[in-house]
Design a protein. Structure first.
Length: 290
């Protein structure tokens, strides 16, 4: 495993050194790639992965690692790559008698920068509605943290031709909770629910259609400037094999990665998003319809 990590580091570095100007995608916001470890991992595994992440060149890419709550402090302590920050996978707004929950003040107290909100597993397994997700987004932003806000349609919704209606409804609820001056702390992650953890993935054309539709909605309903600078990630079985083709799409600005972020290939997903290292815009530590 260690030899495999070393091979990927060398391959990643060589790829960056041999990139030509035409490899860059001008005008895209700075890429952001986030690792969502979900309820996986151990201290030993985290230590192994973070050692590799610390040696990973990440020109042009902001990287976020989101371990379980139990491992947040460990990962934060171990991580020293300046392009990597740490995020939580969820948070509630209020402190109090909520057994098993972690509130946003506690996340902020640990100096964690990012919080994933509205992941489909939170929506489907724990009943989080658009209203609940919007409230959490507002709470996270109010504490000065940054949010990766997730949206996506189920397979029945896609088959019914309702993809855009669903994701725009979800995006609308989130947008209503975001103050105008807080959009530079918001990343939107489009994750078709049917593709998460299944090995299935939207084609680049299908993903681009949805991403473009999301950006157009933000342009029409928020502002052209926010739309131009908004980073929209793709999730849903993103991995080393499909990341480069997906990232070549003009409205895909990075990835929210699940299973592949627990494997050596995560470095290749980061590398795929590194092709915009010469982009004109950069952010401060900011399937198609039928």
């Amino acid at each position: 495993l260690k030899l495999q990590f070393l091979y990927l580091i060398v391959r990643y570095t060589f790829r960056h050194k041999t990139m030509s100007h035409r490899d860059c995608i001008p005008g895209k916001p700075r890429a952001i790639v986030a690792a969502n470890w979900k309820s996986n991992g151990s201290i030993e595994k985290a230590n192994e992965l973070i050692k590799v992440f610390n040696t990973c060149p990440t020109d042009g890419v902001d990287c976020v690692v989101c371990p379980s709550f139990l491992h947040l402090a460990v990962v934060k302590m171990l991580l020293n790559n300046p392009r990597f920050t740490v995020g939580a996978q969820n948070a509630i707004v209020k402190a109090g008698a909520f057994t098993g929950e972690v509130n946003v003040d506690q996340v902020a107290d640990l100096a964690v920068e990012w919080v994933i909100i509205g992941h489909s597993e939170r929506r489907t397994l724990y009943g989080e509605t658009d209203e609940v997700v919007a409230g959490k987004v507002a709470g996270v932003l109010a504490k000065g943290l940054k949010v990766i806000a997730c949206i996506g349609e189920t397979l029945p919704e896609r088959e019914a031709g309702a993809t855009m209606a669903v994701v725009l409804r979800q995006l609308g609820a989130i947008a209503a909770a975001v103050p105008q001056d807080a959009w530079d702390r918001v990343v939107v992650a489009y994750e078709p629910v049917w593709a998460i953890g299944t090995g299935k993935v939207a084609t680049p054309q299908q993903a681009q259609e949805v991403h473009a539709g999301l950006r157009e909605w933000v342009k029409a309903n928020v502002s052209a400037d926010v739309a131009a600078n908004l980073r929209i990630q793709y999730g849903g079985s993103a991995n080393a094999k499909n990341a480069a083709d997906l990232y070549a799409c003009p409205d895909i600005n990075g990835f929210l990665v699940g299973g592949a972020s627990l494997k050596p290939e995560f470095l290749e997903v980061i590398a795929a998003a590194g092709v915009d290292s010469g982009s004109k815009r950069s952010r401060p530590a900011s399937i198609g319809p039928q």
